[in-house]
Design a protein around this ligand. Structure first.
Ligand code: PLP
Length: 388
């Protein structure tokens, strides 16, 4: 093996905590522990049959075997625009919709369109790690917006120093939020849009959990906010909404030049989404309303079992109104990593340490609602037996 020095950008990546956790999980399994995995945010349920059937039909059409366009099939663009109109009353010109190979791909590529070396992006913490890493890969600097329980895990825009606000070019937001399960209301989006317009900042709103909500709550789109089309793009994903994480499909909509710039980056890097996958997505977006209802009901029932159990154990958390996570305080005396290790060692339960989502996540751990109710009850029963 020749000795080639990795790029500074790769060397500067934070160590990936989850590799160590995966190793711990593998070791526990090897010891024969029946691990209840509430660690990763990946739905356990299969994609619904009518969506799979749509893909099967599309596979037989040779037109779908060729390179797709970057933006996506017209049928896909229209399905995405139709969904935005029905669900959020947001009017999108279908020709401005851009398909994504999952929203992660769009998040990671977007900073390349707007950040020069050293430019700042406003990045929440704790957060999905890709905002920070996409910024870093583009040569940008992240300015951390800490999310705190006292503010319902919404960033304090007034606390951003004037100089930072003036120089920042991008702000990342994500509601319903991973990992905190917090939600944003229209009032917050109005303040964010006003801030972005005042300081000429583009907002990338990651709406991956827009459909995972409970008790009748319908998370809003930032694009419902007056003025949002001047400064915000929103990334939607079929991954969590339709149990389609493996299929790799999402879309970007909103501020037309910002979405077009993302498409320009992508046209130079990837070659779009396999058209048969796009046709499956058309089916999901146009005919998937019942699926969404079913999926919401499933997670809501699991949430209720886990929330009741955790509360009876005296753990401190807010019952989620959306997302499929419970974000709870670790009991005193533990770091988040120590507590996650303890849960695995003593109860065979895999969870995620808050610190894995940034230093501001220390003191918390995250449980994903990705096992059935019986396993959920079993997890609570096992936790009851360990001394917290
Ligand atoms: C799961 C997740 C995504 C990624 O979704 P894909 O569309 O599968 O790439 C994006 N953002 C957040 C916050 C997520 O949790």
């Amino acid at each position: 093996m020749i000795n080639v020095d990795q790029s500074e950008r790769l060397k500067s990546l934070p160590p990936y905590l989850f590799i160590r956790l995966d190793k711990m999980k593998a070791e526990a399994k090897a010891r024969g522990v029946d691990v209840i995995d509430l660690g990763i945010g990946d739905p356990d349920q299969p994609t619904h049959t009518h969506i799979i059937e749509a893909m099967k039909r599309a596979l037989d059409d040779p037109a779908n075997h060729r390179y797709p366009s970057t933006a996506g099939l017209e049928a896909f663009q229209e399905a995405a625009a139709g969904y935005m109109a029905r669900r959020f009353k947001v009017d999108i010109n279908p020709r401005t919709v851009v398909s994504l190979i999952g929203s992660k791909e769009g998040i990671a590529h977007f900073p390349l369109a707007y950040l020069n070396i050293g430019d700042a992006a406003l990045v929440p913490s704790p957060a999905y790690p890709v905002y920070k890493i996409g910024t870093l890969f583009a040569g940008g600097k992240s300015y951390t917006m800490g999310l705190e329980a006292e503010r319902n895990f919404l960033p304090d825009l007034d606390a951003i120093p004037q100089a930072v606000a003036q120089s920042a070019k991008i702000m990342f937001l994500n509601y319903p939020n991973n990992p905190t399960s917090a939600v944003a209301d229209k009032d917050f989006f109005e303040r964010a849009v006003a801030f972005a317009r005042r300081h000429e900042i583009l907002i990338l709103h990651d709406a991956a959990y827009a459909e995972i909500a409970f008790d009748g709550f319908e998370p809003p789109s930032i694009l419902e906010t007056p003025g949002a089309f001047d400064c915000a793009l929103e990334l939607h994903s079929l991954s969590k909404t339709f149990n389609m994480t493996g299929w790799r499909i999402g879309f970007a909509v909103g501020c037309p030049p910002a979405v077009a710039s993302l498409a320009r980056v992508k046209s130079n890097i990837d070659s779009g989404v396999f058209q048969a996958v796009q046709m499956a997505a058309v089916q999901a977006l146009e005919k998937g309303e019942a699926d969404i209802k079913q999926i919401r009901g499933l997670y809501q029932a699991r949430r209720d079992v886990l929330a009741e159990g955790l509360a009876s154990l005296g753990l401190e958390f807010k019952k989620p109104r959306a997302s499929f996570y419970i974000w709870a305080r670790v009991p005193s005396g533990y770091s988040s990593e120590e507590f996650v290790a303890t849960l695995l060692e003593q109860a065979g339960i895999m969870s995620s340490p808050g610190v894995g989502y940034g230093p501001e996540g220390e003191g918390y751990f995250r449980l994903a609602l990705i096992v059935d109710i019986n396993r959920m009850s079993e997890a609570v029963a096992r936790m009851r037996k360990i001394k917290l």
